[in-house]
Ligand binder design. Sequence first.
Ligand code: PLP
Length: 444
Amino acid sequence: ASRFAVPGASRARSEALHAEALQHIVGGVNSPSRSFKAVGGGAPVVMKRGQGAYFWDVDDNQYIDYLCAYGPIIAGHAHPHITEAITRAAASGTLYGTPTELEIRLARMLKDAIPSLDKVRFVNSGTEAVMTTIRVARAYTGRSKIIKFAGCYHGHSDLVLVAAGSGPSTLGIPDSAGIPQSIASEVITVPFNDIDALKAALERWGDETAAVMVEPIVGNFGMVMPKPGFLEELCRLTRAAGAVVIYDEVITGFRFHYGTAQTFGAFPDQAAIEPDLTALGKIIGGGLPIGAYGGRKDIMEQVAPLGPAYQAGTMAGNPASIASGIACLEVLQQPGVYERMDRLAAGLADGLADLASRHGVPLTVNRIRGSFSTHFCEHPVTNYDEAQDTDGEAFARFFRLMLERGVCLAPSKYEAWFLTTAHTEEDIARTLEAAAEAFAEMGR
Ligand code: PLP
C-alpha cells in the first residue's frame, strides 16, 4: 500500500540506488537535469511507476507529477490508449528499416495542425531535429552563422550549446567544454524579446547568417511569451537579411492547444509569424523517443535523397514511437482537453501566487494555458537575465518542501510545471495544501 509522501518519509531505497548508480552511470543520472545539484544536492528520487498524474518511488511514496518528463507526458503516465498503441506496434516488430504506413499518417497529422509544414522528416530527439534544421538552413543559404537567444535551450548539439539555457545554466556552465572556439564563433546570442539587439546583430552579421533560431514561446527559462510584435519583427528582419526563420517548438508543439506556438492564435497577424522551418519533439512521441523537423518545400528539398544536405537515422520513424505519437495526438484531439488543463493550471497558478503573497514570499508566476513557471522574485520575467535574477535558494527550499509533501517538480528554477489530461481538481487542491505548508515554512 502506498500513500502520498509526508515529511520524514523514508527514501532509503532511493538513496541506496543512487549510491549504486554513481558507481556505474556518470553522475548517477542519464541527463544532468535529473540530478539534484541545482536544488542543494543529494540523491534524486528514484521512481518505479507512473500512472496518470502520479508517480511512485522505490520506497512506495506517492507523488503528484508536474515534471511530466520535461513535457512529453501530456496525457499522463501509461495512458491506456497510448499504451495499447505501443503494445500493438511492439507485437508487429519495433523496427523495420523500411517505410511504414503509420509514419505517413503522423506526418499528415502534423501537417494538418501546422500549416507551415510542407514536408517533414522524423528523427529521434528534439536535439536531432534542431541540429538538422540548422544544417538544412546552412545548405539552403550557403551561409554559416546562427543567431539565437540567450537562455533558450535547443538540445545539446554543438552550435546551440553556446550560451544555452535551462540545464546548463542551472549547472553554471555557460558553454560546454568540448566545443571548439571555431564553432562557438559561428553563433551569435542576443537577448530574447529585444528586437533592437536582433536588428543590431543582423546589421553586423546579416549577410553571413544562415538562420535565426528561437523558441517562439520560451519554455526553458520559465514560460515566457514574446512581447507584442517581437515575432513579427523577428521574421521580417530575418527574411530581409536573406536568412531562414527556425522555430524550436520542441516544448511548445501541442502544449497549449492542438497545434504549436505559431498557430496559437495569440498573435494578431498569424501569417506574419510563420517560420520557414520548425523543430518538434516531446509530445509528438507520446512518451517514446521522437523528433521531427519540417517546413517550406524548397528548403526541405535540400535534404537527402532529394538534395545535398545529409540526414539519416536507423531508428528514425520507428513504428513504436510513431504509434505512440499518433495515439497521444488522438487523445489531444478529444474536445475540451486543453480547456480543462487551462482551467486546472489557472486554479493552481493563481492559488500559488495567492499563498505566496499571503506568506510574504516573493513569487512571479508566468502561466500560458496548461503550464506555468514559478520565479522567486518580485519583478516580471520576460528574458533570461530576469529569470536568472531570481532566488535559487528559495526555489530549492520550495522544491524540497513540496517533494516531502508528495509533489514532484523539476529540480531547477528554470523549468516549467506541466498539467496533463490526467490531473484532477483534487490533485490541484492537494498541491495547494502542500504549497500552503511550504510557503508558511519559507515565510517564517
Ligand atoms: N528544444 C527545446 C526547446 C527543448 O526544450 C529541448 C529539450 O528540453 C530540446 C530542444 C532537446 O530535445 P531532446 O531532449 O529531445 O533532445
